[in-house]
Design a binder for this molecule. Structure first.
Ligand SMILES: Cc1cc2nc3c(=O)[nH]c(=O)nc-3n(C[C@H](O)[C@H](O)[C@H](O)COP(=O)(O)OP(=O)(O)OC[C@H]3O[C@@H](n4cnc5c(N)ncnc54)[C@H](O)[C@@H]3O)c2cc1C
Length: 397
């Protein structure tokens, strides 16, 4: 990433003399820390546990740029560009693989929504094709397609091991001069910006800027600093099956489940529980109903009878409008959270955006400014991967 990526700021002195604390050692935090350090900033990253011990280490690693909205498509494409450039660094490998989003016969609203979304993706120059069930079956014989009404096939896509991304980028950040502190839970303070490491309390370290990329803990961390943001953590689930699978990545929108190839065989997921979870006390194990439902969809869609090697739950974060909170929330305090299940695949781009915002090099992303909310909004959690239909309803599993 460093050196090979001029847009990341490598070699620039934009950050010279700027002291920045990054809170959170997930995909977003390590990316921001890397880009800031590569731009010359004096960066310390604080992670309360191990690197990738939050959602990033539990993510499925499905990556694509197939978004219907222009800003999302742009961030998705930029992220893929950086993922590919990083491939081969440390243990990190990017594996090219098409991504299929499909709706079943009889699910007319959803079929229309998938086709409409694919059309909008093409408007934003995404490499996405709309096909019927027969054409999908010809292309991907490993999938059952006789019940498919419509599918969108995105070619700019692939999968990775998310933990290896965090490790590789954290190493690059350290090489660029960032200090990476694990086992360092912090509290955030404002005016002036600072952090208090739990083990050093009550000493507060002052910084020119603090980036809060603390995933599911972000709302609590900012609330303790007197800043209200509307974020709700919720559980999603995944499993790895040890049985072989060599088809495309797919998301069955009618069933609300997805799968991708995995070195062990196959990785499948969703199992969204659209209920606010306590980020300090939640169930890390997969639910029995998720295993049963996922097994049924896998047998049905891919003729895959899962041999479950491991299964788990993790937290995603929802916002009232489904868009992230990315930008300043107070003088020198920045937030990067609220990814609605799409935080990993956009992390190389969103981490870059927040780093450049800290350095005053760019404006925020239209529609992602945290200032659009008061922070006390009441809202329902909507599933991240859901396809919005015309009446505004979303498919849920
Ligand atoms: C099962 C599952 C599958 C998923 N699949 C995908 C996918 O295929 N593609 C995709 O794009 N997204 C996926 N996601 C979502 C993705 O995991 C997240 O959006 C993304 O990892 C968020 O990254 P982050 O860096 O913002 O947060 P995190 O990875 O959660 O990092 C935040 C870090 O902050 C640390 N922290 C918290 N509080 C403090 C504190 N007080 N002091 C110091 N550190 C603190 C935490 O320990 C944590 O390590 C999935 C999620 C799950 C659970």
């Amino acid at each position: 990433m460093a050196g090979s990526d001029p847009a990341a700021g490598a070699g620039s002195a934009a950050g010279d003399g700027v002291r920045v604390a990054v809170v959170g050692g997930g995909a977003v935090g390590v990316t921001a820390a890397h880009d800031l350090a590569a731009a010359g900033a004096d960066v310390t990253l604080f992670e309360k546990g191990d690197l990738a011990s939050g959602s990033s280490g539990r993510a499925a690693g499905v990556l694509y740029d197939a978004y219907a909205e222009d800003v999302d498509a742009e961030l998705g494409a930029r992220a893929l560009e950086r993922f590919r450039k990083l491939s081969g660094t440390g243990e990190f490998e990017f594996t090219e693989c098409p991504y299929v989003m499909l709706a079943r016969e009889g699910d007319d609203d959803l079929a229309e929504a998938v086709a409409g979304a694919a059309e909008r993706m093409r408007v934003h120059d995404r490499d996405v094709e709309t096909v019927d069930g027969d054409a999908l079956g010809d292309r991907f014989p490993s999938l059952r397609t006789d019940d498919v009404a419509v599918a969108a096939v995105a070619r700019n896509a692939g999968w990775v091991d998310p933990g290896s991304y965090v490790a590789a980028v954290a190493d690059l950040a350290a090489s660029a001069g960032a200090e990476i502190r694990t086992d360092s839970a912090v509290a955030v303070s404002t005016t002036p910006p600072g952090v208090t490491v739990a083990s050093e309390a009550p000493v507060t370290r002052r910084f020119d800027a603090v980036v809060v990329a603390a995933g599911a803990h972000t709302k609590r961390l900012l609330a303790d600093a007197g800043i209200a943001v509307p974020l709700k953590p919720y559980r999603v689930q995944a499993l790895v099956s040890a049985r072989g699978y060599d088809g495309p990545m797919w998301y069955d929108a009618s069933a609300g489940a997805y799968a991708r190839p995995h070195p062990a065989g196959l990785l499948a997921g969703d199992g969204t529980v659209p209920v606010e979870a306590d980020p300090d006390e939640w169930d890390l194990e997969a639910d029995d109903w998720f295993l049963a439902d996922a097994g049924e969809v896998l047998r049905d869609r891919a003729g895959h009878d899962p041999d479950v090697e491991r299964a788990w739950a993790g937290l995603c974060t929802a916002t009232p409008d489904g868009d992230p909170l990315l930008g300043a929330v107070a003088d020198g305090v920045f937030v990067a959270a609220g990814w609605q299940g799409h935080g990993f695949m956009r992390a190389p781009a969103t981490g870059e955006v927040v780093a450049r915002q800290v350095l005053g090099e760019r404006e925020g992303v239209p529609g992602f400014d945290p200032g659009r909310f008061d922070g006390d909004e009441a809202f329902e959690i909507s599933e991240g991967m859901a396809v919005e239909t015309d009446d505004g309803a979303e498919n849920r599993d």
